[in-house]
Design a protein around this ligand. Structure first.
Ligand SMILES: Cc1ncc(C[n+]2csc(CCOP(=O)(O)OP(=O)(O)O)c2C)c(N)n1
Length: 328
């Protein structure tokens, strides 16, 4: 963990709270899927928790976050309320989209989460739209757009970066580079040595950081959000990380060399961050245990709420689906 300027104790502990809440929710969701209580493909963000934790402590409630199918970490990081969030994940009528969006389309505008998309790279032009609206309305809002390394080979990525740079849009493009796009290793699908290198072509700041280092992440996010907020335009922030549970649940990661997997596991960001907080005197083991116990209680409350909630009624099938109806 880097020893440079750090965010101070409240933000350090808030990052721990968010990162562990993500890990605990991920463990719980997997248990529920295995128990047959959730019927959905599941894309675990395990290993990537520190990224949204460090980004979100630099955001305001009114800022936007755009994410994708591997997105529960970004959604929890932005502060989506757990009850409607888990209910949506389980397809219940009390969910953020009345149970009709499901895990691929978690949307909660009040928390600043207007878009979750299953289409790789599709979030970037949408993030530009949100950022452009904020720029025109002079609201001071910043939009953070999360995606993987594979998304940077999609045309929309390049179009979005070009426009965002040209118009100095208040957007931070966060590439969570976990080394694989589905089953394709980074260097078999991507021509540039780093994702941040790609920023050069668009005249914007590009930064690569260790996605396992909370302080390095926090500092890079603070600078990028600050630039966007000050009207200095977008940043491409690449956080190098690793996904511990394969592309989606059930993937045995056979395409990842065993030594690479073992090395990544040894760098698990959460125990590293916990140990650092204790050694540096920012928190006691007991204080960190308390944070995790509070998280566990909040998750259980949300799961119970969701399980007790009904599925949407068949009569609701086309409600909120068509634009004409939404206008009526
Ligand atoms: C436009 C499009 N092409 C292909 C897919 C199928 N697909 C789903 S996830 C994925 C891999 C994306 O990898 P990356 O962007 O690195 O994100 P990660 O899953 O590693 O977080 C692909 C190819 C898709 N959903 N959308």
């Amino acid at each position: 963990m880097s020893e440079l300027e750090n965010p101070g104790r409240p933000a350090l502990l808030e990052m721990y709270r968010i990162a562990t809440l993500i890990k605990q929710a991920d463990d719980r969701f997997i248990a529920l899927i295995k128990a047959g209580l959730i019927a959905s493909p599941y894309y675990s963000p395990r290993g990537q928790e520190l990224i949204p934790a460090a980004v979100s402590v630099n955001l305001r409630a009114s800022d936007y976050v755009v994410t994708m199918y591997r997105g529960i970490h970004d959604q929890i990081g932005k502060g989506i309320p757990l009850r409607p969030f888990v209910a949506e994940f389980m397809g219940r009528a009390t969910g953020t989209c009345k149970g009709k969006g499901g895990p691929m389309h978690i949307t909660h505008v009040a928390s600043g989460l207007p878009v979750t998309t299953g289409i790789v790279g599709a979030g970037l032009p949408i993030a530009n739209g949100l950022a452009w609206a904020a720029q025109l309305k002079k609201t001071g809002q910043v939009t953070v757009c999360n995606f993987g390394d594979g998304a940077t080979n999609i045309g929309a990525f390049h179009e979005a970066l070009n426009l965002a740079s040209l118009w100095k849009l208040p957007v931070v493009f966060v590439c969570q580079n976990n080394g694989y796009a589905e089953h394709t290793r980074y260097d078999l699908g991507t021509s540039s040595a780093t994702i941040a290198d790609r920023a050069v072509a668009y005249g914007m700041t590009g930064v690569t950081v260790d996605g396992n280092d909370a302080i390095e992440l926090w500092r890079a996010a603070r600078d990028a959000v600050g630039r966007a907020r000050a009207g200095e335009g977008p940043t491409l922030l690449e956080a190098k990380t690793f996904r511990f549970r394969g592309h989606l649940l059930g993937d045995d990661s056979h395409y990842i060399p065993k030594a690479e997997m073992a090395a990544a596991m040894a760098e698990d960001p959460l125990p590293r961050y916990r140990a650092w907080l204790v050694v540096q005197g920012h928190a006691s083991e007991a204080a960190l245990d308390d944070i995790e116990a509070t998280n566990a209680a909040a998750i259980e409350d949300a799961v119970e709420f969701a399980l007790a909630s009904p599925f949407p009624d068949e009569s609701e099938l086309t409600t909120d689906v068509y634009a004409m109806e939404a206008r009526a």
